[in-house]
Ligand binder design. Structure first.
Ligand code: AMP
Ligand code: MG
Length: 398
C-alpha cells in the first residue's frame, strides 16, 4: 500500500470490515465453555422451580417465639413431605426441600429444641422467613443469556439451570499458524550456528486458542524460499478460516510471504501499521478467509495478534470486538516515538486505591520476556517529547 501507514484504529477497522460471522452449530451444554452463544437462552421454567427452604429446620405456620409444635412429617431435598403443617404442627425440612403446602415460614434448627416429636421454637416465625420463592433466580419465559455472549462457567451453569442440554453456538474459527524462517528450530532441538527456537508457533497458536479458535492443523514451519512458502501457505489457506503467518513479511531478499500470497490470490488490505512493535504487519483476504502476515519478532507477533487478529476472531464468532480497557496511571515516563504509536507492555497493580501501570522491563521487539506479567498494552501515541510519569492511560487488557 502506498502512502503513510495506517494507525492502529484504522487498521483494526479494515480488519473488522472484512469479517463475516461464521456459521453456527449445536453444542452439548457441557462442551460449551469458551464458546460464543448464537441464540438467546430462555428459561424453560422457574428456577428454583418450587418454593424451597433456605435452612435446615422446621416448616410451620407463622407465629411468636416460645411455641411448642409436634413434628408430623419430613420434607427432604428431592422428596417432598406428604402434607403440610397445621396449627401446632411442624414439618422437618432440609435446605433446598419443598416448603410444604400451607407452611408460612421455616424456623432454623439453631433456634429450636427437640424432644421426641415435640419441638420448642425459640424464635418467632414471620411469614416468608427462610423461604426461597419459586422463580427468584430465573422466571419461566425470561431471557437469561443473549446471543454474542461468551460462555464462562457461570453462563454454562445458568444455561443448564434454564433447562438446556445443548446450545446453538458460533462455530469455532479454524486458524492455521505458519512460521517462516530458515533459522527456526523446534522446541528443545539443539541450535546450530545462527539458529533460534521457534517461539511464535506456540505463542500464536496459544493466543488463537485463547480467542476461542481451534487449530486447523498443528503449527507449521517453512523455509525462506518462494516456492516452499507458496505451497505451505496454499495448503494452510485451504484448511483455515484464518491464516496467521509469522516472519518473512518485510522487504528483505528472503522475505517471500507477500509474493507468495499474491500468487495465491490473496488480496492485500494493508501492509504496514504505524505501530511499534509491529510495523510490517500485513493483512489480506481471499473470499471470506483472512490472512494476517505478522512480523517475525516474537513480541511484534504477539502484540499484532492481540491488536488485530484477536478482535477478528471475536467478530467471526459474533462476539463483541470491544477491547476491555482499564484506566490507570503510568508510573514511568515513556519517550514518544516520532512516527509510530508504541504498544507498551505493562503490569498493573493497585496502590492506595489507584491502579498503576508499569512497563514490564526492556521493550525491544525481540525481548519476549516483556510479555511476561503483561496485564495489557498502553498505546503511547507518536509525537514529540514523552508521556510523563503520572499520566492517565487506557490499558487494553490482554
Ligand atoms: P522476519 O520478520 O522474518 O524478518 O524476522 C524478524 C526477527 O524475528 C528475526 O530475528 C527472526 O529470527 C525472528 N523470528 C522470525 N520468526 C520467528 C519465530 N517463529 N520464532 C522466534 N523468532 C522468530
Ligand atoms: Mg525471516
Amino acid at each position: 500500500m502506498d502512502g503513510s501507514p495506517l494507525g492502529i484504529a484504522q487498521a483494526r477497522e479494515v480488519v473488522l470490515a472484512a469479517c463475516r460471522p461464521l456459521g453456527t452449530e449445536e453444542v452439548p451444554v457441557t462442551d460449551a465453555l469458551g464458546r460464543v452463544l448464537a441464540e438467546p437462552v430462555i428459561a424453560a421454567a422457574d428456577v428454583p422451580p418450587f418454593a424451597s427452604s433456605a435452612m435446615d429446620g422446621y416448616a410451620v405456620l407463622a407465629g411468636p417465639a416460645g411455641r411448642v409444635v409436634r413434628v408430623v412429617g419430613e420434607s427432604r431435598a428431592g422428596t417432598p413431605a406428604e402434607r403440610g403443617p397445621g396449627e401446632g404442627e411442624a414439618v422437618a425440612i432440609s435446605t433446598g426441600a419443598v416448603v410444604p403446602p400451607g407452611a408460612e415460614a421455616v424456623v432454623p434448627l439453631e433456634v429450636t429444641e427437640r424432644d421426641g416429636d415435640r419441638v420448642t421454637l425459640t424464635a418467632p416465625a414471620r411469614p416468608g422467613d427462610h423461604v426461597r420463592g419459586a422463580g427468584e433466580d430465573l422466571r419461566a419465559g425470561g431471557t437469561v443469556l443473549e446471543p454474542g455472549r461468551r460462555l464462562g462457567p457461570a453462563e454454562v451453569g445458568v444455561a443448564i439451570g434454564a433447562g438446556r442440554a445443548s446450545l446453538r453456538c458460533a462455530r469455532r474459527p479454524r486458524v492455521a499458524v505458519l512460521c517462516t524462517g530458515d533459522e527456526l528450530r523446534a522446541p528443545g532441538e539443539p541450535l546450530g550456528a545462527g539458529q533460534i527456537h521457534n517461539t511464535n508457533a506456540y505463542t500464536l497458536a496459544a493466543l488463537a486458542l485463547e480467542s476461542g479458535a481451534e487449530l486447523a492443523a498443528p503449527p507449521g514451519q517453512v523455509r525462506d524460499e518462494l516456492g516452499a512458502t507458496r505451497d505451505a501457505l496454499g495448503s494452510a489457506l485451504d484448511r483455515a478460516d484464518v491464516l496467521v503467518v509469522s516472519g518473512g513479511v518485510s522487504v528483505g531478499p528472503h522475505d517471500h510471504v507477500k509474493g507468495a500470497l499474491a500468487e495465491l490470490g490473496v488480496q492485500e488490505r494493508f501492509w504496514r501499521v504505524a505501530l511499534r512493535p509491529g510495523r510490517p504487519t500485513w493483512f489480506g483476504v481471499r473470499g471470506d478467509r483472512l490472512v494476517f502476515g505478522l512480523p517475525g519478532n516474537p513480541v511484534s507477533a504477539m502484540v499484532t495478534f492481540l491488536l488485530f487478529a484477536r478482535p477478528a476472531l471475536a467478530a467471526l464468532q459474533g462476539a463483541s470486538t470491544a477491547v476491555p480497557v482499564r484506566l490507570a496511571t503510568m508510573t514511568e515516563a515513556i519517550p514518544r516515538n516520532a512516527g509510530r504509536d508504541e504498544a507498551v507492555r505493562v503490569a498493573l497493580r493497585e496502590r492506595d486505591g489507584v491502579l498503576q501501570a508499569t512497563p514490564t522491563g526492556p521493550q525491544g521487539s525481540h525481548q519476549l520476556t516483556s510479555m511476561l506479567g503483561a496485564d495489557g498494552l498502553v498505546i503511547v501515541e507518536r509525537g514529540e517529547g514523552e508521556l510523563p510519569a503520572g499520566a492517565p492511560v487506557r490499558v487494553e487488557i490482554r
